[in-house]
Every structure is written in structure tokens, then in C-alpha cells.
Design a protein around this ligand. Structure first.
Ligand SMILES: Nc1nc2c(ncn2[C@@H]2O[C@H](COP(=O)(O)OP(=O)(O)OP(=O)(O)O)[C@@H](O)[C@H]2O)c(=O)[nH]1
Length: 342
């Protein structure tokens, strides 16, 4: 008969590998490590450059109920530089064990295939023995494996942008969750739009393939993804929907700021010299994300604006709210041919 403790471990591993929500996964990791090691506290830190993100934390003395609160930002995000033990763990890429008057800490660096860096930080009341260290490292490895699988499911293999399958989930998360606080932005009290959805389609891409071949066509798509990344903010969500169609879900305070962002992309593409191909242009349609919008509705409006941009000569940006005329609304039948998306 299996030992009861082993059954507990099995249960914990099952919990860790269940589900697809990253916030829940982060919270489960903290929760499971806390329970397995009977730790005083567990924190999962995310390295966001200069700042640290508390991805999840769990404490033994917490009130009953959910122990960990992944994705909930601490009121003031600590700076990485203020935590030398985390800097050292990340730099060394190896587990650090610290003993102090209150017990010990085990710090395990975690690195995902998309190069995201985290530290699993476990505070114990006793000295950290080899077993506690191995359990922490093992749980960390399982967590990273699950994150890598999630990343692989959600990303386009050519460009590594998000894929279409992940659109609905990420759309709701970005536009509904109170995550503006994470980004240090307050929700506007006047209910103004924060998010804008743009559909970006490469002009006459078929002729790029026909003239230069698919490999060069793929390279254009790769460079296009790079231009998207360098144009928008790191927390804007960028997708390749398949073919030569890209989607950007961007945060902007008002219509003018959104117009500037999409126009900046159009200009960056127009000015870029693509190896062998030379000049390539894009047409862009975008729309304001409305309260309680569905991803399909927002996409359809942006797509209608794109249709108009193509019909008016390509290499232009069209805003659904200010530019699309009712008769131009020919949903999902533009020359790009991406019909029946949802
Ligand atoms: N190289 C490459 N080509 C692709 C990929 N996916 C789709 N395509 C090609 O993209 C082209 C899209 O062409 P169309 O939808 O006719 O549109 P277009 O030529 O870009 O013309 P407009 O959108 O009207 O400006 C087709 O030739 C597809 O074969 C891909 O992953 N790699």
C-alpha cells in the first residue's frame, strides 16, 4: 500500500498539472509547496526587469480560504535591486539556501523556454535539509514544464506571437480583469476605452510568395512580427491569426493615442527594407474595445475597418468608430479572404 504522504504528493502533482489558467497555476504552486514542506511562507517572484512581480504568495498563518493570491499585485512592487538574494539566485541560475535566526529560506530559480525568469522562495521554520531542497526544485521543474506546454499551445510556431486559439481567453483577461493595477494604470472613472483591437494585414502578400517563394515570405512574416513587437508596448497582446494577418490588442488612453500607435506601425513597416523583397506595406483596421465586448464582435468591427482600408487603396489605417461608413461594412469578405473566423 502506498504511504499516505506519497498519496498527498501525488495529489499535489495532479493539482499542479491541472488547468490552464496561469494565475491559478501560480497560486497552486505556492499553495502546494507550502503544504508539502509545511513552510512558513512561499513566494513566487517574477523578474520583470527592474521590478519584481509577486506572482503568488502563500502563508501558513493566513486566514482560512484561498491561501495564495496569484496575479494579485502587491501594493508597491519591490525593485529587484532591493533583494540581493534574488539577484544572486537569478545570476547564479542555481538554488540558494539561506539560514537566518527565524529558520531558513530556499530560493530556486525557474527559467521558462520563453526566457521568463522567476524565483520560488520558500521560508521554513527549521533548517533547510537536502530533501526540502529537492522537493522545492522538483515542484519548480513540474511548474516550468506546465508553463512551457501552455506557451507552446498558445504561440504561433513561426513568429512566437500568440496564436488565434489563445485570442478569446487573453482578450477577456486583458479587457475585463482588474489588471490595470498590475501595469500601474488606474481604470478611468469616465469609462473611457483602454483597449483597442487592430487587425493588420500584409498587402499583396500573395505576390511576395509568388515572386520570391514561401521561405522569403516566411521571413517577411517573421520581420513583421519583430516590427509589431518593437512598435507596441511589452504588455500589449500581439497575435498571428494565420497567413499574413496579425492582430494587436493594445492599451491606449484615448482615440488619439491609439491612432498614433497603429499609424506608427504602418510607417515602421513602410520604411523597413525587407531583405530581397524591399518594400512591403500593411493595411490596418482598428476599433475601440467596448465594455462587455466579445472578442468576436470586436474582431468583426476591426475587420470591417480593414476591409475599408484595403478598398481605399491599402497601406493605410482605418478606425471603425471614426472612419467606417455604413455602406462600407462588408464584414469578413475582404480580399484577405479570412472568412468565418469564429
Ligand atoms: N510564406 C507564407 N505564406 C503564407 C502563409 N500563410 C498564408 N500564406 C499566403 O498568404 C497569401 C495571402 O494572400 P491573399 O489572402 O490573397 O491576400 P494578399 O495577396 O495579401 O492581398 P491583399 O490582402 O488583398 O492585399 C496566400 O498566397 C497564402 O498562400 C505562411 O505561413 N507563409
Amino acid at each position: 500500500m502506498p504511504h499516505a504522504a506519497m498519496l498527498d504528493h501525488l495529489e499535489h502533482v495532479a493539482r499542479l498539472t491541472h488547468g490552464r489558467d496561469r494565475d491559478v497555476l501560480d497560486a497552486t504552486l505556492a499553495d502546494v509547496v507550502l503544504a508539502t514542506l509545511q513552510a512558513r511562507a512561499v513566494v513566487l517572484w517574477g523578474d520583470e526587469g527592474e521590478l519584481l512581480d509577486v506572482r503568488a504568495h502563500a502563508r501558513a498563518d493566513a486566514l482560512p480560504g484561498p491561501v495564495a493570491t496569484a496575479g494579485t499585485p502587491s501594493p508597491q512592487r519591490p525593485r529587484l535591486i532591493e533583494r540581493p538574494e534574488l539577484v544572486q539566485t537569478l545570476q547564479a541560475g542555481a538554488t540558494t539556501v539561506i539560514s537566518d535566526a527565524r529558520g531558513s529560506r530556499i530560493l530556486v530559480p525557474l527559467l521558462t523556454e520563453t526566457q521568463r525568469r522567476l524565483v520560488l522562495d520558500v521560508a521554513l521554520a527549521a533548517a533547510a535539509d537536502a530533501q526540502a531542497r529537492r522537493v522545492t526544485e522538483g515542484m519548480g521543474r513540474i511548474y516550468v514544464n506546465v508553463i512551457n506546454l501552455l506557451d507552446a499551445c498558445e504561440r504561433d510556431t513561426l513568429t512566437e506571437l500568440l496564436n488565434r486559439k489563445s485570442f478569446d481567453d487573453t482578450f477577456y483577461k486583458a479587457t475585463r480583469a482588474p489588471d490595470e493595477a498590475v501595469a500601474g494604470v488606474q481604470r478611468r472613472v469616465d469609462g473611457g476605452t483602454h483597449h483597442w483591437l487592430g487587425v493588420i494585414d500584409v498587402d499583396h502578400f500573395k505576390s511576395v510568395n509568388d515572386r520570391f517563394g514561401h521561405l522569403i515570405g516566411d521571413e517577411v512574416l517573421l520581420l513583421m512580427a519583430r516590427l509589431l513587437r518593437s512598435t507596441f508596448r511589452h504588455d500589449d497582446r500581439l497575435y498571428r491569426f494565420g497567413g499574413e494577418e496579425f492582430v494587436a490588442l493594445v492599451r491606449a488612453d484615448d482615440a488619439a493615442a491609439a491612432a498614433v500607435a497603429f499609424e506608427r506601425l504602418r510607417t515602421a513597416v513602410e520604411r523597413h527594407s525587407f531583405p530581397q523583397v524591399g518594400r512591403v506595406t500593411v493595411s490596418i483596421g482598428y476599433t475601440a474595445v467596448r465594455p462587455f465586448d466579445t472578442p468576436a464582435d470586436a474582431f468583426e468591427r476591426a475587420d470591417r475597418a480593414l476591409y475599408q482600408a484595403k478598398a481605399q487603396g491599402r497601406n493605410r489605417v482605418v478606425c471603425f468608430e471614426s472612419d467606417v461608413t455604413p455602406q462600407a461594412g462588408q464584414p469578413l469578405q475582404h480580399a484577405g479572404g479570412n472568412v468565418d473566423l469564429f
